[in-house]
Design a protein. Structure first.
Length: 457
């Protein structure tokens, strides 16, 4: 007998990443009988903690951002707050003017702040030439000409702070984190708070000098790595009655007699309300047969591919003496590396006796093998003066479609999707509400809330 038979659910969620899991909890807390279907054998989606030589490391995210009220509440309900740990260092480098340089704290959100200490900290960082610093500091005099409905992160920063600041600071900071080209990332959707201030014709430097103190976000994880968050959320979801089935791939959806019929290879189940917490290109496949336009809009959300290489070195092979958490690289550096986390310096769970654990991100090229990424990462770490020799051990994870990219015009695209989405289907996850773990979780919570508010059951 199929595992899906003879059951009635108020809501079915497809996709057991952080967004689907968060949605399931919200629904169960509201008393709804909820089923969560996940194709992999484990929940978590992009959240994947790996055991390596007795320590832990990450194949996906390593940072859980605390400070988003809706998601913090969920973590509190699941008793995760008590288990949170924080990085042992938050300093990092960026590669600018041919070497790795400490990223000044005064630039943390990417905007130079105008108080004397911060200006000193910035202009002595070595990130820019004197001409570059002068142009950056003159930002209040520059307004964006012909402000359009949207523009790229590159255009916004070039017009406000000049070419050199954009190339040396913004490209590695935003492009390096996303593994994407800042000339296609939408400023309106990716950095809405900065976009709105620039649109109002205000100085970003002055505005964020004043506002900086108001933001309270912290980076965290658990002693069991990021998967520790999934374990606790799963326990809490099940305690509240969520039925979780893993290893179950949904193949198609059909709307029959006011119900959604959800089919896998071997069985099917009906439900009146669905949350699709899968990547947008998977959701596009689900709706293709009955709504080609929606399918095409969902397919047009772009993704970036990333290779993650975890490398374990003997202590003596690591030449870096600063206590830093990692570094970011610009797109035009000539290196394949886009970023690197020094896991064993940053996280308590990633320490290996007499060794250092380094995690590298490289842009993915589909024709290349795992060995290519290991070799490129190892060679480039040596070139950058971080290591010598070859790692003792490594693990590679290649993510096709790792992160959605909010390209220019993204907010219009989402508006159109929301206008034509069929009744009783709700979208959740990184493609829709912010790419991070917390934002994806919130997107799940909000999809659940929407389904509850429109509910007649
Ligand atoms: C390398 C990397 C590093 C990152 N670093 C950070 C970081 O440090 N901090 C941060 O905040 N964010 C980070 N992110 C982003 C963040 O991890 C993700 O955006 C977020 O976890 C996405 O969650 P989600 O639920 O939207 O999607 P996913 O995690 O992709 O979950 C979707 C789920 O749907 C399932 N599924 C797909 N198809 C089907 C089907 N047909 N039937 C059933 N189930 C299906 C999948 O198996 C998957 O489990 C990183 C991402 C990557 C890849």
């Amino acid at each position: 007998m199929s595992v899906l038979d003879n059951q009635k659910y108020d809501r079915i969620i497809i996709g057991g990443g952080i967004s689907g899991l968060s949605a399931s909890i919200k629904l169960a807390e509201a008393g709804k009988k909820t089923l969560l279907l996940e194709s992999q054998n484990e929940l978590g989606g992009k959240i994947r903690t790996l055991s390596l030589m007795g320590a832990l490391t990450e194949e996906g995210p390593d940072e859980l951002i605390i400070g988003y009220k809706k998601f913090d509440e969920l973590l509190m309900h699941a008793n995760i707050f008590d288990e949170l740990i924080y990085p042992e260092t938050s300093k990092f480098y960026i590669f600018a003017r041919n070497k790795l340089r400490i990223f000044p704290e005064s630039l943390i959100s990417g905007i130079p702040s105008f108080n004397l200490n911060n200006i000193y900290n910035f202009v002595t960082s070595g990130l820019l030439s004197s001409k570059g610093y002068a142009r950056t500091i003159l930002e209040p005099l520059f307004r964006i000409k012909n402000f359009k409905d949207d523009l790229s992160v590159k255009e916004l920063f070039e017009e406000k702070f000049g070419l050199e600041f954009t190339k040396n600071v913004i490209d590695p900071l935003f492009g390096g984190i996303m593994g994407a080209d800042i000339s296609i990332i939408s400023a309106k959707s990716y950095i809405p708070y900065i976009f709105q201030v620039a649109k109002a014709g205000k100085s970003l430097s002055f505005y964020f000098s004043k506002k900086r103190g108001n933001r309270h976000f912290n980076i965290s994880s658990t002693l069991n790595g990021m998967y520790g968050v999934i374990v606790k959320l799963k326990q809490y979801a099940e305690k509240n009655g969520v039925k979780i089935i893993t290893g179950k791939t949904v193949k198609s959806l059909e709307y029959v007699n006011n119900k959604w019929n959800i089919s896998t290879d071997i069985d099917s189940i009906k439900c009146s309300k669905l949350i699709l917490a899968v990547p947008s290109y998977i959701a596009a496949g689900f709706v293709y047969d009955f709504d080609k336009k929606l399918s095409s809009l969902l397919s047009s959300i772009k993704y970036t591919d990333i290779s993650v290489v975890n490398l374990v070195y003997k202590n003596y092979s690591v030449k870096l003496h600063d206590m830093i958490s990692g570094f970011l690289m610009p797109s035009n550096s000539g290196f394949k590396l886009r970023g690197c986390t020094l896991m064993s310096r940053k996280w308590a769970y990633a320490k290996i006796k007499d060794h250092e654990l380094i995690r590298c991100f490289l842009n993915r090229n589909s024709s290349k093998s795992e060995d290519f990424y290991v070799q490129s990462a190892a060679e480039e770490l040596t070139q950058l003066g971080i290591t010598t020799g070859y790692p003792e051990y490594y693990a590679v994870k290649i993510w096709d479609a790792a992160l959605p990219i909010y390209t220019i015009g993204y907010s219009e695209l989402i508006k159109k999707i929301n206008e034509i989405i069929p009744p009783n289907i709700y979208l959740a996850g990184a493609p829709y509400n912010g790419v991070g773990v917390a934002s994806s979780g919130i997107s799940g919570i909000e999809a659940a809330e929407k389904s509850l508010s429109e509910s007649t059951d």
